[in-house]
Design a protein around this ligand. Sequence first.
Ligand code: TPP
Ligand code: MG
Length: 609
Amino acid sequence: MKTIRLTAAQAMVRYLAAQKNADGESYIAGCWAIFGHGNVAGLGEALYGVRDRLPTWRGHNEQTMAHTAIAYAKQLRRDRAMMVTSSIGPGATNMVTACALAYVNRLPVLFVPGDVFAHRGPDPVLQQPENFADGTVTATDTFRPVSRYFDRITRPEQLMTALPRAMRTMTDPADCGPVTLAFCQDVQAEAYDWPEAFFDERIWHRRVPPPDPAELARVADLLKAAKNPVIIAGGGVHYGHATEALRSFAEAHAIPVVETQAGKSALPWDHPMNLGPIGVTGAESANTVCGKADLVLGVGTRFQDFTTGSWSLFANPGRKLVSLNVQAYDAMKHGAKPLCCDAKAGLEALSGALNGKTFDAPPASLKSDWFAKVDPLTDAPKEGNEKPTDMQVVGAVQRAAGPDTVVMCAAGTMPGELHKLWKAGRPGSYHMEYGFSCMGYEIAGAIGIKLAEPDRDVVCFTGDGTYMMANSELATACMMGIRFTLIITDNRGFGCINRLQMGTGGEEFNNLLDKSQHVNPSAIDFVAHAGSMGAKAVKAGSIAELEAHLAKAKDHDGVYAIVLDTDPYPSTPHGGSWWEVGVPEVSERPKVNDARTNYETRRKAQYKV
Ligand SMILES: Cc1ncc(C[n+]2csc(CCOP(=O)(O)OP(=O)(O)O)c2C)c(N)n1
Ligand SMILES: [Mg+2]
């Protein structure tokens, strides 16, 4: 057997550089790294050696650089991923939130935090949390509950099993999620004689599991017996490369489609079978259809509470639930009849089994009525209103965008407004991280999207709260020459949570800056801040000024940051559904008692399985 002598870190990166996707591209597109004592000497030296094949980029914060990696994988529908590495202590635990984000959203990332010395010589090494009762516990144990596959590399040759398992996990459509390979720092630097064959190029094909014939027959029978079914399109429609199959299926059988946050843009907004967004942030058109449906066919959805309105939607008595999902965990949720297979294969097979059956499509007026209500909210104000609403901001961006423009966001007011109001064009033109809804995904995520699809314009929406939580990758974007438009809506605080607080009977408290404990009123200069990191940063005093800047942003070679003061109180008053948030059972405040009474009534109407 021919062998080659390499350190474990050198072997890891050499192996990763040889892994390809079905299009012949490197599956691991590159590595985000912040070095410390736990990875600079071992992995750092190894990454330098492969920088022509597996580039390394430097982030400013471990969590957010991992967000970039996650957005990249999401935008490429999981066809490629990135590696992220940190040192052994705070750098590692900084990445745990991002790892959880990838875990919730079922997205592939390879986390390689450094770890303590396997030989324990210098114990306790700098940054080592010492567990008095368990010698095997280290900081990287915090990744275990949020990793789809976790391993700690304490001997070089373990990589020969760990790395293929890592690749298997990231490329498996059902199990897909983040992998953590905690890499002991002495082991990174240790040499081993590796079989050369370990580094042979390998192609990882996306598995396409077909439906089980009996399961298909059962679901087809249910669907044939239905009168007015509806399809919920989730993120799995994108990840399963099934947007075309969904369109054909919906057209062939005249079944309306509603879209989750992750599913949005599966069909263009103006497709006659696209009834719009579903759920808490949904359109009346979609939620009305769901309320009347006697069969709900979820395709690639996790049935998260924002989708189901905490199960207040789908209230039709006797309504059946079918879940077409590649992951059995999702296919069997909430009493659903499963069709556990690939989304595209499942839709095609189900279409065949339906044998040309068509249903009565809902009236077109449902959609036109919805747009008649909400379109005016997005129009520019007739005369310059001082503080625009978020709806007007969405409208201005929409008027400047093309069908290929990618709008992205994760937390705050905008995910709801965009889900309701944004008219998405081509698949992938709407990128919302709403599994974890993690403040601070936005700016870093925009970099990942742009790296994934350099030819598409990217508009990143961030509130002032999210911007303050994580903005430092803006400097990375500027340094790397990444182009996107950044809209910072400054409503002086956590506007959406303030509205939620009021909606649950609470007093405005600790959300808006002016309603929080302060001696000096907060006065953050977002233009100066973003400008200091290298962005072209401007203030738009009105929607008209925003439109003028959006036009200029198109020709700007870099990040164009537009700051607007917005009104924290209004949001789209139409559409939506109930969302369960625990309201106090006992309070001295009458408003809370009223909210509790309403809560209890809603809970009684909630569908429970
Ligand atoms: C990391 C993280 N912390 C807290 C939250 C809860 N949260 C959701 S939105 C939000 C406020 C967002 O404020 P901002 O970005 O200014 O948006 P706005 O609603 O004001 O438009 C908070 C605190 C979260 N989603 N993520
Ligand atoms: Mg805000």
